[in-house]
Write a protein that binds this ligand. Structure first.
Ligand code: UDP
Ligand code: MG
Length: 320
């Protein structure tokens, strides 16, 4: 039984040595207890620090370490996709390099899959302790909104840390979309998932790569990727506003017949023009979002580009 551990790494020079040490401990235990072997597949997502050098060194020292290196930063989604494509294991694990995903949970995940009752065992954060208040609040609102407007269930607090069977991995690989939103993809492919709650852990070293804006853009990507409800919003608003304007026409006709037609009311007119303009631009913006994603999908660009792997290392001892 081979377990592939896929680890996306972007500027993780500081955390990687800790990660390797921890995962090796867990592997040793699982090898004696269950007789399974690990394959560690690191994906260097265009890091600017010494991550690649470190990965080359790991791969030279240990046979079970493999790595893929991108030609530039393509994002975590692309890194996970590449890792899944190149993983050879019967079970595949996705986990972060910063030890925020406790390797000790791999045992329980493995047992969950071995029981045959599940195809995927995934970790789920119990709470958002240690996170800014505003961010937690917005995150909760995001989950509420997307679950209301999307048919695909996006589980709150679910993270990418999970172990999957080969069958589920193959299903995920069939979804070759360019705009990837893993939380949606995992749920869309179905299969039986077991959730393991865990306490949020601080990252061991280095810094998070997610800013407030990148999270916001990612959430919009999630909504556009897994719901078309916003597109219907324009039609609904249009119908409602038509109804209101019809009533207003009736009101004005009756008022003119009864009281004559004194000119006035330009401020209210100006407000209405602004309001309508705002709504129209808003709806056009939504349309634009979907159009932009469609545009990018139709280009059929590769999700990532490899520059180097452990099998064809271009420069063994290159110094930066
Ligand atoms: N990551 C990546 N490419 C990126 C950003 C992040 O491969 O463009 C990796 C990163 O190295 C880490 C994982 O994705 O292993 C999670 O990133 P991070 O810890 O910054 O996110 P957080 O845990 O704060 O959500
Ligand atoms: Mg992290």
């Amino acid at each position: 039984m081979l377990i592939s551990v896929v680890v996306p790494c972007y500027n993780e020079e500081a955390a990687l040595p800790y990660f390797l040490r921890e995962i090796k401990t867990v592997e040793a235990q699982m090898r004696t207890d269950f007789g399974c072997c690990f394959e560690l597949l690191f994906v260097n997502d265009g890091s600017q620090d010494g991550t690649l050098k470190l990965l080359r060194q790991f791969a030279r020292e240990e046979e079970r370490v493999r790595y893929l290196s991108f030609s530039r930063n393509f994002g975590k989604e692309a890194a996970m996709f590449a890792g899944l494509q190149h993983a050879k294991g019967d079970y595949v694990v996705l986990m972060d390099a910063d030890l925020q995903h406790p390797p000790a949970m791999l045992r329980e995940m493995y047992q969950g899959l071995q029981s045959g009752e599940f195809d995927c065992v995934a970790a789920r954060r119990k709470n958002r302790r240690g996170e800014p208040r505003l961010r937690s609040f917005l995150a909760r609102q995001f989950y509420k909104l997307i679950n209301r407007i999307s048919d695909t269930e996006i589980v709150e607090g679910a993270c990418d840390f999970r172990m999957m069977t080969r069958q589920m991995v193959d299903a995920i690989l069939k979804m070759g979309e360019y705009n990837r939103f893993s939380k949606g993809i995992f749920s869309w492919v179905g299969f039986r998932t077991k959730w393991l709650p865990y306490e949020n852990v601080e990252r061991i070293a280095g810094e998070t790569k997610w800013s407030f804006w990148s999270l916001l853009i990612y959430s919009i990507q999630g909504i556009v990727g897994f719901s078309t409800a916003p597109l219907a919003l324009a039609s609904v608003l249009g119908v409602v506003l038509c109804g209101i304007s019809f009533l207003m026409v009736l009101y004005i006709i009756i008022k003119t017949l009864l009281f004559g037609d004194p000119v006035g009311g330009w401020p209210s007119l100006a407000c209405m023009v602004m309001f309508m303009g705002g709504i129209q631009l808003f709806c056009m913006g939504i349309l634009g979002q979907y159009l932009a994603k469609t545009y990018l999908e139709t280009k059929h660009r590769p999700i990532y580009i490899l520059a180097e792997t452990d099998e064809e290392s271009t420069c063994e001892e290159k110094t930066d």
